[in-house]
Structure formats: structure tokens, C-alpha cells
Design a protein around this ligand. Structure first.
Ligand code: SF4
Length: 228
């Protein structure tokens, strides 16, 4: 089946994340992968439960918070999913690049390792949600990323913060400790600060720079046959 003609079944509701993940598992099989930021445990738990055996990728930029690493280890022990960790090509990357070139740093520490992580895959599950901020407000459930030649599945696109909170409580899952310290969006420690009440959820990412996305989720082309 061509990725471009992969139809998403209309009977699965936009907010049925478990149904979306299970559909992705059936459709893409061993070609499916999840890239996870471990900002929260929800999508990792959904994928480990409803598409078991799907590799879960961590892009270890070298600058992950200790709290994020703790959550990765905790969930990995608990759920026993296949964990794949991708590192930057450290021998060619200056380790202070984030101080003077955030675009270049993200390119070398996130975008290039992502390309390796997605190589040979056909389906890519991500955790992006419409409520993350204005740049993600139109996120569809399924889209085709032409630049990367892969179908992208966003099972949580329609989920609110309340959905996430209810899932964590219902399944007694551990949280990233930074969440309770004012970090609603969590990336690398040099480029993430807590946000003030009323600020946009992603206002703490690359604060002070004209940058809102790391480059992982830019310019995908939506599959015209897929569900919005
Ligand atoms: S978020 Fe900051 S530290 Fe992390 S890869 Fe991007 S520029 Fe580098």
C-alpha cells in the first residue's frame, strides 16, 4: 500500500488516540516508529499498549534534562518497549553551538539524527497536539511528510490538557517532574525555561530567539486522502 493512498478509517474518532495508535500498528507494522520527547508519559504508554513492539525513539541531544532521562528509564523498565536512542554526530558538532546558533544546533542534534531514526520506516507517530500553540493549531491526525517520504500520525492532535491529565491519573503513570515546576513544554535544558501564568505553553522554548520549532515538525504536506 502506498503511503500516499493510506486512507484513515472514518469510524475512528479524532480523539480516540488508542484507536488511532492501533490502526497505525495494523497499517504500518514493523515500519512504524514513535519519536517521543518524554515531556509526559501518555503517548509512550498508548503505543506500548496498543501497538506493542513499536520502537520508541529518543533523540538524545546531549542536553536532555535529568528529569526527562529519569522518566525515560522509569517508563522503559515499566513498559519494556524497544528503546532506540539516537545521538548527534558528536565528533563534528561543537558542544557550545546552542550559545550562538540555535538553528544549527537543532539541525545537528535533532533534525539529522531524526533522519537516521526514520530511515527505512513508513509510519511515524508523534505527540504533537493542536493546543501546543499557534504553529500546531491545524495539526491533522494523519498527514504525509513529503520531505521525509513518510506518513506521519498524530494520535494526540485533538487532545486537550485535560485529556492528558485524565489519562495519567487513570493509568497511574509517572510524570516528568518538571511539569509541576512550571514547564508545560520540555526540550533541552539550555533552551527551555518555565513559563509564567497566562503565557503560551511553548513560550519557554528558545525564549529570546525568533524560533518556535526545532525543525522536526515543519513543512509536512497533508495526505489528501487522510483524515483531518
Ligand atoms: S533545543 Fe537548544 S540545545 Fe537542544 S538541539 Fe536545539 S539549540 Fe541545541
Amino acid at each position: 500500500m502506498s503511503a500516499l493512498t493510506t486512507a484513515f478509517p472514518s469510524e475512528i474518532a479524532d480523539d480516540d488516540a488508542a484507536g488511532i495508535v492501533a490502526w497505525a500498528g495494523r497499517t504500518f507494522g514493523s515500519g512504524l516508529v514513535l519519536t517521543a520527547s518524554f515531556e509526559d508519559p501518555v503517548l509512550v504508554h498508548l503505543v506500548a499498549t496498543h501497538a506493542p513492539g513499536t520502537p520508541i525513539v529518543v533523540l538524545d541531544t546531549q542536553y536532555l534534562f535529568a528529569e526527562t532521562k529519569w522518566l525515560i528509564d522509569n517508563l522503559h523498565r515499566r513498559l519494556k518497549f524497544p528503546l532506540e536512542v539516537f545521538h548527534p554526530a558528536a565528533d563534528v558538532v561543537p558542544d557550545d553551538q546552542w550559545q550562538f546558533d540555535v538553528e544549527g544546533c537543532c539541525g545537528r542534534r535533532k533534525v539529522e539524527p531524526l533522519a537516521r531514526a526514520l530511515s527505512g520506516r513508513t509510519g511515524w507517530i508523534t505527540g504533537i497536539r493542536r493546543v501546543d500553540g499557534p504553529t500546531r493549531a491545524d495539526t491533522p491526525i494523519v498527514q504525509f511528510d513529503e520531505a521525509r517520504n513518510i506518513t506521519k500520525i498524530n494520535p494526540l492532535a485533538a487532545w486537550s490538557d485535560e485529556h492528558v491529565e485524565r489519562y495519567i491519573v487513570d493509568h497511574a503513570l509517572p510524570r516528568n517532574p518538571l511539569t509541576e515546576r512550571g514547564y508545560p513544554s520540555i526540550g533541552c535544558w539550555p533552551c527551555t525555561r518555565p513559563v509564567a501564568p497566562g503565557e503560551d505553553k511553548r513560550a519557554g522554548r528558545w525564549s529570546g530567539h525568533n524560533k518556535t520549532e526545532c525543525g522536526l515538525h515543519v513543512s509536512p504536506v497533508q495526505n489528501p486522502t487522510a483524515k483531518n
